[in-house]
Design a protein around this ligand. Structure first.
Ligand code: PNS
Length: 160
């Protein structure tokens, strides 16, 4: 049986921390689906299709091993997508106890809804301070985000 995992998030934009988790998950599972989910609680910087394109570019540039699908999802529950593609696992990157507190209720609800387990993965501590919201703020005020995001994202935010 092939093991499929979903790595969901807003990815607005994808950061080096996200990319680190994606690469680690791709080495563990037979296939991973990097799923861009519109989060209505957040004010978006990039359209969902642009986020997908930047993740695809960053994954190509990183030359990761493994079978990686990048797509988006806007209708219904995350676990519905997992069930549709035969994924039994969700992978979430955890930078700190703050992330654990945020992610734990969602993990339990997703397990209760559909039996989908969530695995918390630790990115390289070098990326522990990096978040998409920080990148959005720095980029919006004209600062240099190159240390925090894949080159494709830095280029796009700088030149469009
Ligand atoms: O990167 P984010 O914004 O922290 O990602 C959060 C996201 C999009 C993964 C989360 O909001 C989510 O899973 N949304 C899908 C809707 C859903 O299934 N909600 C109920 C169970 S938590």
């Amino acid at each position: 049986m092939s093991r499929i995992a979903v790595v969901p998030g807003s990815f607005d934009p994808v950061t080096l921390g996200h990319l680190d988790v994606i690469g680690r998950a791709a080495r563990i599972f037979d296939q991973i689906h990097v799923l861009v989910v519109h989060n209505p609680a957040k004010t978006a910087l990039l359209p969902v299709a642009q986020r997908v394109a930047l993740i695809e570019r960053a994954i190509l540039d990183a030359d990761f091993e493994g079978d990686i699908v990048v797509t988006s999802w806007s209708v219904g529950l995350l676990v519905d997508y997992c069930t549709d593609v035969g994924a039994s696992v969700i992978v979430k990157g955890i930078r700190s106890q703050v992330d654990v507190a945020y992610e734990t209720p969602m993990a339990i609800v997703n397990r209760n809804l559909a039996g989908v387990e969530t695995i918390f993965m630790l990115p390289d501590p070098a990326h522990a301070h990096v978040s998409s919201s920080l990148v959005r703020q720095v980029a919006g005020l004209g600062g240099d985000v190159a240390p925090y995001v894949p080159k494709a994202v830095a280029d796009f935010l700088q030149h469009g």
